[in-house]
Design a protein around this ligand. Structure first.
Ligand code: SF4
Length: 442
């Protein structure tokens, strides 16, 4: 049996601290958590430092209060599916950031893996060799050797093993070494699937939270009033200026699209067809650029070859449902956001992860900047991007941004809209608030 250590206090999915709290004070803690979640995308590391100052003596109390607030938000999310999807997404982003910034030792990290995937589904490399009688497996020894002498190894990274049933994406994409029903790989390569698994756990916790409703009138009242305030708040934000970047018909400017979205955009233009996940990815992105649902219906009607011979009204009846669904107007009424790069790398399309090096090189060199007349990039300039593309797509993307715009650029691209924000500023399309040159710890 593994020696279990306590979960870090920031970790959301553990029993909430003492619930003996006056409901209005509890409501205030929930609203503080909303402020944190709302500010997070602007500068995640800075927001974590501001809200959880690690030098404060009361840091454990601060974490407790935020977890208490988070618990009330789960009750609210249990009453409204739109808020539920919003909460799962933003809490997933916060989990990812806290894991990155506030989890230091391999033991602490393993503890989180065990908590999220189940204790029996996670093993240390040495445990795996011993328990599976793999002490003499030369491939494992080679993997260890390769990994520990690799120059591209991220600081603090280490090998772990997760049962294949918990990481099907890694199995189907042949990420890591598959042996006796386990996936062996370095810890950083599991992070995307860890976040997804965390989000699924949170969804279950929200479902469980329903059981606590209808027991105490004062709690039900506060949940109801928070639900009303939060619905207005989240709605107002998503309607603001028609999109996250301030409706300027940005969807007419592919020169500010990040590589992932531009590749998909070119593909639909050229072939008239896209696989489902690519349609979703581009659809979310166009929505966040401010494209209205009506414009998006026309966009897909005009681009897709499957609609040949169909009138627009027929198209609206047949395919319109999926597009309205993107906007939260159908089905579960979830107002989806553009996923973060780590989520895209595991469940959608990121060229750095999904294109073979030769094809990626051609794409980055030629195809991408048909939108930029004077840009010529040679193989030697792109070598540094290609060499890290598989292991560190966001770093590759950041380096590519520097080459394209010939700028010193210290922030790391972790979200497609970040690329667009900075590109807009350089292209003179807007002045975003986020500073492109603020150093980050990533
Ligand atoms: S790293 Fe992110 S922004 Fe860049 S291409 Fe991949 S998914 Fe898109």
């Amino acid at each position: 049996m593994n020696q279990r250590m306590p979960l870090p206090n920031w970790f959301l999915l553990q029993a909430p601290p003492n619930l003996n709290i006056e409901v209005q004070a509890w409501r205030k803690l929930a609203w503080n958590r909303v402020q944190l979640l709302e500010k997070l995308p602007n500068n995640p590391s800075q927001v974590v430092r501001d809200f959880f100052p690690s030098y404060e003596e009361e840091i454990d109390q601060i974490y407790d209060d935020f977890r208490l607030g988070a618990y009330l938000l789960r009750l609210v999310a249990a009453t409204n599916s739109r808020l539920e999807s919003w909460l799962i997404e933003v809490e997933g982003d916060l989990f990812e950031r806290l894991y990155y910034d506030r989890t230091e030792s391999p033991e602490e990290k393993l503890e989180i893996y065990r908590e999220v995937f189940g204790e029996e589904n996670v093993l240390k490399y040495e445990e795996f060799k011993y328990k599976m009688d793999e002490e003499n497996n030369p491939h494992l020894a080679e993997l260890y050797q390769q990994y520990h002498t690799s120059r591209s190894r991220a600081k603090g990274d280490f090998l772990i093993c997760v049962h294949y049933t918990k990481v099907p994406w890694m199995v189907s994409n042949r990420k890591g070494y598959l042996r006796k029903g386990w996936v062996v790989s370095n810890e950083t390569s599991f992070r995307g699937v860890l976040k997804k698994a965390f989000e699924r756990r949170l969804e279950k916790e929200i479902t469980k939270a329903q059981d606590l409703l209808g027991i105490r009138e004062d709690i039900d009242n506060v949940v109801q009033s928070l639900e009303q305030d939060l619905s207005k708040h989240v709605q107002i934000r998503s309607q603001y200026s028609g999109g996250d970047l301030g409706g300027q018909d940005l969807f007419l400017h592919p020169e500010v699209f990040p590589p992932c979205m531009l590749q998909i955009y070119f593909e639909i233009e050229k072939t008239g067809r896209l696989v489902h996940v690519k349609r979703l990815q581009l659809g979310f992105f166009l929505k966040r650029l401010g494209m209205s649902v009506n414009d998006q219906l026309h966009f897909w009607y005009e681009k897709s070859v499957d609609n040949v011979g169909q009138s627009f009204s027929e198209f609206q009846r047949t395919s319109g449902y999926q597009i309205r669904h993107l906007y939260g107007l159908e089905g579960g009424k979830k107002d989806y956001n553009v996923p973060q790069c780590s989520t895209i790398a595991t469940g959608y399309f990121c060229p750095y992860t999904h294109l073979a090096p030769a094809i990626l090189t051609e794409f980055l060199k030629n195809n991408y900047y048909t939108t930029k007349k004077n840009l010529t990039l040679g193989d030697s300039q792109l070598n540094s991007v290609i060499s890290i593309s598989g292991s560190n797509p966001t770093q590759a993307c950041t380096q590519y941004f520097r080459l394209v715009y010939n700028r010193t650029f210290y922030r790391k691209i972790v979200h497609p809209l970040q690329w667009t924000r900075f590109a807009m500023k350089i292209e003179g399309l807007s002045t975003p608030k986020e500073s492109e040159n603020k150093p980050t710890e990533e």
